[in-house]
Structure formats: C-alpha cells, structure tokens
Design a protein around this ligand. Structure first.
Ligand SMILES: NC(=O)C1=CN([C@@H]2O[C@H](COP(=O)(O)OP(=O)(O)OC[C@H]3O[C@@H](n4cnc5c(N)ncnc54)[C@H](O)[C@@H]3O)[C@@H](O)[C@H]2O)C=CC1
Ligand SMILES: C[N+](C)(C)CC(=O)CC(=O)[O-]
Length: 468
C-alpha cells in the first residue's frame, strides 16, 4: 500500500522533504499557512524532478499524489511519517507538535528538521514525548542523503529503528546521534567554519568569493569522499594518524583560529557580506544557482557511485531496491531511466557515445533474461557485439526519462540479433534505433561457439515471440 508522509511547513526544507518522499512513490500531504506555499513547493519539486532521477541508472517508482491541506488534523490523520519543518523557534514547534499529536496515529514517526534544538527540548510538554525525534536533513533534501536522527531516553528504540528504515527506503542515510547535543554533529562543524569565515571578512582578509574558492578548489572536494579523519590519516603518510597528530597538534595552541569568539554581526558587517555575495553571484537567480548546484552535486555523486564510495555507495544500494522494467513484455522494456547530466556534451545533449552505452546496457539485460548473465559468463560463455548500426533520430537531454524497447530479431545458432528503440517516454518520441548483432563466444578460446541448449532455447523463444 502507498505510504503517506505529511509535511508541516513547506519552505526550503519542507519542500525538499516533500520531493524526496513523492519521487520515491509516497503520497505527500502539506500543511503551511503561507498562501505562496503551493507555488514555492511546486518550484522545489520542479528542480527535484529534474535532479533526483539522474542519480540512478534505473527509473524511480511512479510519483505519489501531492495534496495541500488547511488543517493540521486533516493532514496528519493516518500518515506514517510527519515531518515538522516550521521556522527555528521552539514556541512555534511546540504548538505544532501539540496539534499534530492530537490527531495523528500514536505509532507514526514525528521527525523535526530542527538545525539546533535538542530532542529533549522539542519533547517538553508533549502528550507522547517519545514519538518526537530530530530528523535533521541537509539542503537540498531531495539530493543530499544525510539525516541526523536524534532521540532521548524517552524515545521508543523501536520507533527510532523504524524511522531509520523508512529513511533508508527513500534513499536517505540515517546517522544515529547517540547523545543529544545542541546542533547535533554536522551543524557544529558548519558553525565553526561559518564563524571563521565571518572573521576573515570582517578583518578584510578575504572576500566571500575568495573564501568559497579556498573551499571548493581544495578540502571541499576531499571531504565529500573521505570526510575528516580518513583524509588526515592519509595526510600522516606512512607514519599514519599518530604522526599527523604529533606534527600538527602544536598548531592547535597557535593563533590559527578565532573559533571561540563570534564577530558582532553589525548591520555594517551584514551589508559587507551581502554586497560581496551580490558581486560574486548576483548575476544568477536563486533558481539558476540551485540548478547549477544540483547538476554539480549529481555529477559528483555519480562519480562516487562509480567508485562505490561514500554517498555514491548508498545510491548504488538504494538502486538495487528499485523495480526493474517489465522485460517480459513484447517488445521487452530493457532499460528505463533518466538521462544524467554527466552524459551530455558541448552541444548540450546526450553524447553519441552514451547512445552506444544505453543500447549495450539493453543487450546485457537480454543476456540476463536469456540465462547468459554473470554466472554464465563466469562459467565460460558469453556474447560479443560484432556489428551495430545506430540511427540518431532526435536529441536526448539531461533529466529526460527514456526507455529502450528491444526485440530479438534472430536467435539462430551462434547469433543473437536485437533491434532496440530508444524512446523519450514523456512524449513517446523515438530518439534512436540500434540494429545489433552479437555472436556467442567461448571465453577461454575467445572464438565463436554455440550457446548452451537452455540459452539457445530461450533466445529462440524470444525471437519467435518478437517476430511480428
Ligand atoms: N534552510 C536550511 O538550510 C535548513 C533548515 N533546517 C531547519 O528546517 C526548518 C525550516 O527551515 P526552512 O525551511 O529553512 O525555513 P523556511 O522559512 O524556508 O520555511 C518555513 C515554513 O514554515 C511555514 N510556517 C510558519 N509557521 C507555520 C506553522 N505554524 N505551521 C506550519 N507551517 C508554518 C512558513 O510559511 C514557511 O513556509 C528549521 O527548523 C531549520 O532549522 C534544517 C536543515 C537546513
Ligand atoms: C544553516 N543551517 C544551520 C540551517 C544549515 C543546516 O541545518 C544544514 C544544511 O543544510 O547545511
């Protein structure tokens, strides 16, 4: 049965949560008194629809239904997950929790997006304190997987476990913070870096752009794949972490940081930062900046996925839980996916090499369903492509949903011939065709050979079924 998530507060973060659940097939209800909420969520959703599917090499589930509600009680009734994302004020959050708990299921998860409040502060005065937990996300919630999950002694461990499992099911990474603390784990780092940056601007050491360059050309790239400690372990060289600490430990006592002080955020300093930020990025709208950020994040996360590292490993694991396309149909649907941004070239569309890749992926699926998959190859037989004629008929662009419809046109003897059609599914446009001839090969001699009788039988059956 389709699950329901309710989002209370549909701003920057609530919109991101709504998109994350919707695009993973959940129904989503939103409560936000702002008359502009529907428009704002629609814009976040537009970005998310373009971005999130590009992380995967398969299609996400069909989108759930999105509804807007005027009352909290109506919005939370029967929902499995309720995510509070109202402004960072404890009084507003307490009021909202009271209304939620008066109407929601006692077994529902109530997560709070709070950046800084401890769960014990959120639970104060609640009718069922153990039901409320911190589920702190990162912007954009539809792309970044980290959720800091924090409970208290009043929390039901089974509910915390269920929350973590539900988060995993929509591709998120629940990090269980074992001991509650103001600003959890990650925001303490962000706060430290933020304070230091404010000092550097106030003291006229660096501009907003120079600070951003210091991060994005160096340690920012490192952090996405190895974090802090693994990075410094490597920096210690063969002598390792202990040597690293001995070498750089004394620097902690030198005046490298002003971490304990906070510069006074005067109007003058705020204006100085805003002016420098305008000079740096004012030529782009927020939506343009968001698109740029999302495309870069997707390209980086897909690179990590290819390496099986960090957030990329998580995406690969989530992809394994997604349903495969209906390969048993005629024609077979061998590939169903979205064109990712890193497949485009300087013409702004999918590069011709990627058309070859997508047809090759389709052929691998045919081999899998014919019983000539990885185990068969390991046992000594496979198919190699000897000829492929691709016709390019229309452009494919990043973010577009596509599928490959495949027919086996010849399965006699050593031959496996496929005719693939690549179609944009949003308007059923035929983008390209591939007439691909493969021959069965003995993997030891690397010469052509006959397939096993079982594989031959299946391929012949496909050819007969696809004959028309
Ligand atoms: N913006 C960010 O980068 C991040 C924010 N957070 C946290 O997420 C929460 C929300 O922050 P943002 O989305 O940035 O704020 P926002 O200002 O963009 O959105 C807040 C939304 O709550 C609505 N709202 C106000 N009172 C309400 C009420 N009584 N009931 C329902 N909705 C109400 C507002 O109309 C607005 O749409 C905060 O707790 C914040 O600390 C967490 C991670 C990152
Ligand atoms: C600035 N912030 C404290 C709201 C940041 C966060 O809470 C997480 C994020 O997305 O950086």
């Amino acid at each position: 049965m389709t699950q329901t998530a309710t989002i209370i507060g549909g701003g920057v973060i609530g919109g991101g949560w709504a998109a994350r659940f919707l695009l993973n097939g959940w129904n989503v209800r939103v409560f936000d008194p702002d008359p502009e909420a529907e428009r704002k969520i629609g814009e976040v959703l537009g970005n998310a629809r373009h971005a999130l599917p590009m992380l995967y090499d398969q299609a996400l589930p069909a989108e759930g239904a999105l509804t807007f509600h005027d009352r909290i009680d109506e919005a939370v009734e029967g929902a499995a997950w309720i995510q509070e994302s109202v402004p960072e004020r404890l009084d507003i959050k307490h009021k909202v929790f009271a209304e939620i708990q008066a109407a929601c299921d006692a077994g529902a998860v109530i997560g709070s997006s709070t950046s800084g409040f401890k769960p014990s502060q959120l639970q104060e005065g609640a009718s069922r304190p153990g039901q409320i937990m911190v589920c702190h996300p990162f912007n954009p919630v539809y792309l970044l997987p980290l959720i800091e999950v924090v409970g208290t002694e009043a929390s039901d461990p089974a509910l915390l476990d269920r929350a973590s499992n539900l988060l995993r099911s929509v591709g998120l990474f629940p990090l269980r913070v074992r001991k509650e603390i103001d600003a959890h784990i990650a925001d303490r780092f962000l706060e430290a870096v933020w304070r230091e940056a404010l000092w550097l601007i106030k003291d006229d050491i660096a501009t907003t752009e120079e600070i951003d360059n210091a991060i994005r050309y160096g340690f920012g790239i490192r952090w996405a794949q190895m974090g802090l400690f693994e990075t410094y372990r490597v920096a210690g060289g063969e002598a390792g972490m202990k040597h690293f600490i001995d070498q750089f430990g004394p620097a902690l006592a030198w005046p490298w940081t002003k971490l304990m002080d906070v510069p006074e955020l005067t109007d003058e300093l705020a204006q100085k930062i805003a002016d420098q930020s305008d000079a740096q990025s004012g030529h782009l709208s927020i939506r343009e900046l968001e698109r740029k950020r999302d495309n870069n994040l997707i390209a980086m996360m897909r690179a990590l996925k290819q390496q099986g590292a960090a957030a990329g490993r998580l995406i690969a694991a989530h992809q394994k839980t997604l349903d495969l396309p209906p390969v048993e149909e005629t024609p077979m649907i061998t590939v169903r996916r979205t064109v990712p941004v890193d497949w485009t070239d300087r013409n702004g569309h999918m590069n011709e090499g990627r058309f070859g890749q997508i047809f090759s992926d389709a052929a691998e699926i045919v081999m899998d369903v014919a019983g000539a998959g990885e185990d068969y190859i390991a046992a000594g037989g496979s198919y190699f492509t000897v000829e492929n004629t691709i016709k390019f008929l229309a452009e494919a662009n990043a973010g577009e949903p596509v599928e490959v419809r495949t027919r086996v046109t010849d399965g006699e003897g050593k031959k496996l011939r496929c005719f693939h059609e690549l179609v944009r599914t949003s308007d059923d446009t035929l983008l390209a065709t591939s007439d691909q001839l493969m021959l069965h090969v003995d993997m030891k001699t690397r010469r052509t050979s006959l397939p096993t009788p079982e594989v031959a039988k299946r391929i012949a059956a496909f050819a007969a079924a696809h004959k028309e």
